[in-house]
Design a protein around this ligand. Structure first.
Ligand code: GLA
Length: 486
């Protein structure tokens, strides 16, 4: 959760802009709600290096901010961001060239990528004090590189840098889904947590201070939001620690209404997608801010399983019921999405959510009220949605008991099927499991450490087919897998 400079500032990003956004994030309630990263996207570096290959930046764009600092040192802004109790993020490309400030006007800069300098650059980012790095793919695509290979090399460079500096450098892959990253990005290069973009850019940047014809005509539509959501659904790849990235959020930006904002928020929250806000935080309305900091919505987003939702029903065309499996047994977050031009009354068939009978409780999140009857219909206006948290009793799952380091022959009959894995991991660090399925799925699941004899659970979503789970030689223990038929 955090802020990213690209959508609202594109290539005009500089120290002053980042300081103002960071101050706003720290003081408007967002930091308190859990937004912590301030990420500087493309535009911070114009591609220059010194004779030893070290990155050199424009001294005016990144001046000293306190006595003892030098102009043109990226540590200045990282230190500033840290002084507000926030974390700092930076950006590069996996290839030699970057995106040349695509698609914005102004000079195009080449050589803003890290190919040939992975170890040097990622160590530099970490030494400057950055905690997060987004790695784009324009240069990689131009050189026709393999994403799986390049991002694994980068993951290893990141892990080396982390060892040297002792600082965590969070890995954000931005390959736009072009080489199916959901098959290789979870745990790429042995990394314990990462995110990967699943599609192209949600919008071209809308920089309010630029008044050229191109910027003037840019307006965001609900279609931009729905397209990113649809392109981002790869639930089988997403587990604790590994997340599909639906792209930076555009709430409150030009063209967005309160209803579009709410739809945007619900779809990202129910997907446990990264909430990296791309809006100019000094301009967002109290209504947008209230949505971004809504505690009940964020509790859904931060559910420890971090799973994407399953589309459990489409009672009529373009009326969709999405249910997110959650860590607490019998709990689901449910979004009823009305993609049509007319209001609808929807009656949820609870059986389709894997519940026995009707739910014990039903919470209407936006209206902050408990609904009295599970049999009532829910009204959803045109191009809007309802968000509920439902508690009930799960239908009994099919149980698969582990044989020490593996579980084989797991049947996911319907697909996608929710499953709950029971394990213990007293190694003190994340252990990685491999999952393969006859559907073609091959992915990794991170098992966070557990304490003493207490068992942990993680959630996963299996595609239709027969799956096998096995360890990659790590000393954690899996005990059983419960597969639910929904
Ligand atoms: C690509 C990325 C965007 C942004 C721009 C910067 O288009 O997908 O998120 O980083 O590059 O040029």
């Amino acid at each position: 959760m955090g802020w990213n400079s690209w959508n609202s500032f594109a290539n005009i990003v500089n120290s002053q802009i980042v300081q103002r956004q960071a101050q706003t994030l720290a003081s408007n309630g967002m930091k308190k709600a859990g937004y912590q990263y301030v990420v500087i996207d493309e535009g911070w570096w114009l591609g220059e290096r010194d004779s030893a290959g070290n990155i050199m930046v424009n001294a005016k764009q990144w001046p000293a901010l306190q006595p003892g600092q030098k102009d043109g040192d990226m540590a200045n802004i990282a230190t500033y961001i840290h002084s507000l109790g926030l974390k700092a993020g930076i950006y590069t490309d996996a290839g030699k060239d970057g995106c040349s400030m695509y698609p914005d006007s102004g000079p195009k800069y080449l050589k803003t990528g890290s190919d040939g300098h992975y170890d040097q650059d990622f160590l530099q980012f970490s030494t400057w004090g950055f905690d997060y790095v987004k790695v784009d793919w324009c240069g990689g695509a131009k050189e026709k590189l393999s994403g799986a290979i390049q991002y694994a090399q980068i993951a290893r460079a990141i892990q080396k840098a982390e060892k040297t500096t002792g600082r965590k450098l969070y890995f954000s892959i931005c390959e736009w889904g072009s080489q199916n990253p959901w098959f290789w990005a979870p745990g790429v290069g042995g990394i314990g947590s990462d995110i990967w973009r699943t599609g192209g850019d949600i919008i071209p940047p809308v920089v309010e201070s630029l008044h050229d014809a191109e910027h003037e005509k840019r307006v965001i539509t609900l279609g931009n939001i729905l397209d990113s959501f649809d392109a981002g659904l790869h639930p089988e790849a997403q587990h604790t620690g590994y997340f599909n990235d639906l792209d930076m959020m555009v709430m409150g930006m030009r063209g967005m209404t309160d209803v579009f904002d709410r739809t945007h928020m619900v779809l990202w929250v129910i997907s446990s997608a990264p909430l990296m806000v791309g809006s100019d935080l000094t301009r967002i309305s109290p209504a947008t801010l209230a949505l971004l900091t809504n505690e009940e919505a964020l509790a859904i987003h931060n559910d420890p399983y971090g799973l994407q939702p399953i589309k459990v029903d489409e009672p009529s065309p373009w009326i969709q019921i999405w249910a997110k499996p959650m860590a607490i047994a019998g709990r689901r977050a449910v979004a009823i999405l009305n993609r049509t031009d007319a209001p609808v009354q929807v009656k949820v068939d609870w059986k389709k959510l894997g519940l026995k009978g009707t739910p014990k409780s039903l919470r209407d999140v936006w209206n902050r009220r408990d609904l009295v009857s599970a049999n009532a219909t829910v009204s959803v206006p045109a191009h809007d949605l309802a968000l509920m948290v439902v508690e009930g009793e799960d239908e009994a799952p099919a149980e698969y008991v582990a044989n020490q380091t593996n579980i084989t022959g797991i049947e996911a009959l319907r697909g996608p099927d929710f499953a709950r894995l029971h394990y213990t991991n007293t190694t003190g660090h994340v252990a990685v499991l491999r999952v393969t399925s006859t559907s073609g799925l091959s992915t990794a699941i991170a098992l966070p450490p557990t304490v003493g004899s207490e068992a942990g659970t993680v959630g996963l979503i299996l595609p239709k087919g027969t799956a096998d789970l096995s360890f990659e030689g790590q000393a954690a223990e899996i005990s059983k897998l419960d597969v639910y038929a929904w």
